[in-house]
Design a protein around this ligand. Structure first.
Ligand code: C5P
Length: 347
């Protein structure tokens, strides 16, 4: 903090969404969380975060929507994970015995990722906020990799994945992250459709624990196989041949559809109009279809918008869904440089 210029320069970060390509639940842990085996990829759909010094004693948060539009209601500011991450980072620096000044920070968060959607927007914001706060305070050397993972895991199960930055096999409750190489070749496209029905993760896991789960362990087998194939090196073309398996490799599908029954018909209708397998990311309700490129994903998004306009796509929710074309990016450095997908909420 000796350089006065850095006090006025905002620290900016992109906080990418994630897609669960597979999600196997492998058991219940003593702490009540579920143990997972999940292959995850970051997307170039991202929230934007800027941290600058706050004028005053308290950290502050200002949330806007895409392009600076007024944000939809995202709940109480105090519960926001970006704000909690900044506070937790300060505490972790203090706990590490470091006494440097850690002035209050003003966080500007541009939300482009739908909330409670299975895309881990909040966890990604938290991971980006940890990184940005450390830089804003000139404290990147204070916390080692393990301490950062502990800090991230305490904020949200999906948080450690974003610290690693890239494709990964995620295990435990989310804290064991093994980087995987992304497929070689053009970054696969994906169209995302998020019905306007927020689905809280705890409710989905509770439904799973209550018995809404698939039989047989097929998802774990698929997840292990995909992780091994990626680790060995997979071309983008071969990866896309797995789209049908990926679309069903989610143990939380029955639990999510127990909460939002309309998801079954929505998946079927999407698969029919796109002629592609349609999966669910994480605990939902976001549905996705993989394709060879961003151009293909944009084509899929156009088909979906036309079907919605013609009343041919039955989706749960009172409002129109969020529809976005994106790509599965290779590493976070790429995520920071690729163009954002077009603003895609259909209104
Ligand atoms: O960590 P996070 O806040 O995302 O978790 C939300 C809730 O989802 C947890 O309180 C828990 O009920 C459930 N969960 C779980 N197992 C996981 C992740 C989340 O049971 N691996």
């Amino acid at each position: 903090m000796s350089d006065p210029a850095r006090r006025v320069t905002p620290v900016v970060r992109l906080a990418p969404a994630k897609l669960n390509l597979t999600l196997a639940v492998v058991g219940r842990r003593p702490d009540g969380f579920h143990a997972l085996h999940s292959v995850m990829a970051p997307l170039d759909l991202a929230d934007g975060l800027a941290l600058s010094p706050a004028f005053g004693p308290e950290d502050r948060l200002h949330v806007v929507g895409p392009g600076g539009a007024p944000a939809l209601d995202l709940g109480p500011v105090e519960a926001n994970l970006a704000l909690r991450a900044v506070r937790a980072t300060r505490e972790a620096i203090r706990a590490a015995g470091d006494a440097r000044p850690l002035p209050a920070l003003a966080i500007r968060l541009e939300k482009r990722i739908p909330a409670a959607a299975g895309l881990a927007g909040g966890s990604s914001d938290a991971a980006a906020a940890i990184d940005a706060a450390l830089e804003a305070w000139g404290a990147t050397d204070v916390l080692g990799p393990d301490q950062r993972v502990d800090l991230a895991a305490a904020l949200g199960s999906d948080c450690p994945f974003f610290l690693a930055g890239g494709w990964a096999l995620v295990e435990g409750r989310g804290e064991r992250v093994t980087p995987l190489p992304a497929p070689r070749g053009e970054a696969p496209g994906v169209v995302l459709v998020t019905p306007a029905v927020p689905v809280p993760t705890p409710a989905v896991f509770a439904a799973y624990a209550g018995g809404r789960r698939p039989e047989g362990g097929a998802t774990l087998a698929s997840s292990r196989y995909l992780a091994a194939e990626l680790a060995a090196g997979l071309s983008a073309a071969r990866f896309l041949e797995r789209a049908g398996v990926i679309a069903v490799a989610n143990d939380l599908l029955p639990a999510a559809t127990a909460l939002v029954p309309g998801l079954v018909a929505a998946r079927r209708a999407l698969a029919r109009i796109l002629d592609r397998p349609v999966g669910q990311s994480g605990s939902g309700p976001t549905l996705f279809a993989l394709s060879p490129s961003l151009a293909d994903a944009r084509g899929d998004a156009a088909i979906i918008r036309a079907a919605l306009a013609d009343g041919l796509l039955p989706l749960p929710g009172e409002r129109p869904p969020f529809v976005a074309a994106a790509t599965l990016v290779g590493v976070s450095a790429e995520a920071a440089t690729v163009a954002h997908p077009e603003p895609t909420a259909t209104t």
